[in-house]
Ligand binder design. Structure first.
Ligand SMILES: Nc1ncnc2c1ncn2[C@@H]1O[C@H](COP(=O)(O)OP(=O)(O)OP(=O)(O)O)[C@@H](O)[C@H]1O
Ligand code: SF4
Ligand SMILES: [Mg+2]
Length: 366
């Protein structure tokens, strides 16, 4: 953990205990005495330690179901960690009772329609939090809300309308305005453009770039889109079955991915080439194991071409492999890092807008 960490997760785990099924209750009642229905635990996030520097954008990538949203919710304080803690400027964001005590971290969700109450006018949805935290007064709420709507590219008059009156892109702008109205210093964005069409995605990403510059925001950007992450993020953390398996400055990760899972993930990005009849796909072999019963040792061992005997028994720790780079693999060691390009300077906001004309799918390292 670096000393200049602004937001940090320290050995954070999050497990969900699933309720006993009705059929299991019946079975427990009628089978022999002493039989107890098994407790099923989802290991959604396991021993994650990561940090984000002030003003930095950290990307979080990984297959569906690997625990990205759960980690995002724990980092925001929406979910309490099962163990470990989240620190903002070195102080826990939760109190002893598991309640969030720091409003400086806010979240933007994937589906803006689901995250906005359809019965509330937009102005009310945005003003609720700031009023509760004393960031505005009832008399000043309209002007306060109008200011944030304008900031995200909407007209202040939108406050009087309902969420269903807006397009998907506009709704996501409203959701961003609602998060920003809490005057956060850290924004956790969980697939914020995934539900939008490509041209609208570009507009929202440009909005994030603009807001980041203007408000000096620190961001965690969760996304499936490795192209967007490459453009937007300073560093990237790669997650596999609840654990971070590699973290690196963005340029180095895309130029020379080290962990076998990162390599497979980047190689699986669809490549569209005009000189080929069909798009080329190299999906990762096998499936993500169940977080209900994580494999022993390295969770990637059943899908890894480099697997060694030790991988079946020992969980590889996340350790430094080059300056600013870490990987959790028994095979990838610091010696390999001689070939890794050195990272560029930390956390410089990008000036160039994300193109809204074309999405280049041929941007990975392979
Ligand atoms: N409230 C919950 N109760 C039980 N299991 C849960 C809960 N929330 C998440 N999970 C499980 O935790 C695991 C991680 O889920 P999570 O939503 O964090 O993954 P994800 O990486 O965000 O996936 P996606 O990319 O599809 O959004 C999944 O197996 C999921 O089913
Ligand atoms: S620890 Fe072993 S199984 Fe896991 S990624 Fe490295 S080589 Fe593959
Ligand atoms: Mg998710």
């Amino acid at each position: 953990m670096t000393s200049d960490a602004f937001l940090a997760a320290e050995d954070v785990s999050k497990r969900f205990v699933l309720p006993v099924l009705w059929s299991e209750r019946v079975a427990a009642r009628f089978t022999r005495r002493g039989w107890i229905a098994p407790v099923r635990v989802v290991h959604a996030v396991e021993s994650v330690s990561l940090f984000i520097r002030r003003g930095e954008v950290l990307g979080l990538v990984g297959e569906s179901g690997c625990g990205k949203s759960t980690l995002g919710r724990v980092l925001t304080g929406i979910l309490p960690a099962s163990s470990g803690q989240v620190l903002l400027e070195g102080k826990p964001i939760m109190n002893a009772a598991g309640r969030k005590i720091d409003r400086r971290i806010q979240m933007v969700f994937q589906n803006p329609y689901a995250s906005l109450n359809p019965r509330n006018r937009v102005g009310r949805a945005i003003a609720e939090g700031p009023l509760a935290h004393g960031l505005t007064t009832p008399a000043g709420a309209a002007a306060y809300v109008g200011g944030w709507l304008t900031r995200v590219g909407l007209d202040a008059s939108c406050a009087d309308r309902y969420p269903h009156e807006f397009s998907g892109g506009q709704r996501q702008r409203i959701a961003i305005a609602r998060a920003l109205a809490m005057q956060p210093e850290v924004l956790i964005c969980d697939e914020p453009v995934a539900s939008l069409d490509v041209s609208i995605q570009a507009q929202i990403i440009n909005l994030f770039l603009q807001l980041r510059r203007e408000l000096s925001l620190t961001m965690l950007f969760i996304s499936h889109d490795l192209g967007v992450v490459r453009h937007l993020c300073d560093r990237v953390a790669v997650m596999y079955l609840g654990r971070i398996v590699e973290s690196s400055p963005t340029a180095s990760l895309y130029e020379a991915p080290q962990h076998p899972y990162t390599r497979a993930l980047l190689a699986s990005v669809p490549k569209l080439r005009l000189d080929q009849e069909a798009a080329s796909f190299r999906p990762i072999a096998g499936e993500l194991p169940s977080p209900l019963a994580p494999p022993s040792g390295c969770a990637f061992h059943a899908r890894c071409a480099l697997v060694q005997p030790i991988c079946l028994s020992d969980v590889p720790p996340l350790r430094p492999i080059a300056e600013g780079r870490e990987a959790a693999c028994h095979v990838v060691t610091a010696g390999d890092a001689r070939t890794i390009p050195q990272p560029p300077g930390p956390g410089k906001p990008r000036e160039t807008p994300f193109t809204d004309k074309k999405i280049d799918f041929d941007r990975d390292s392979e």
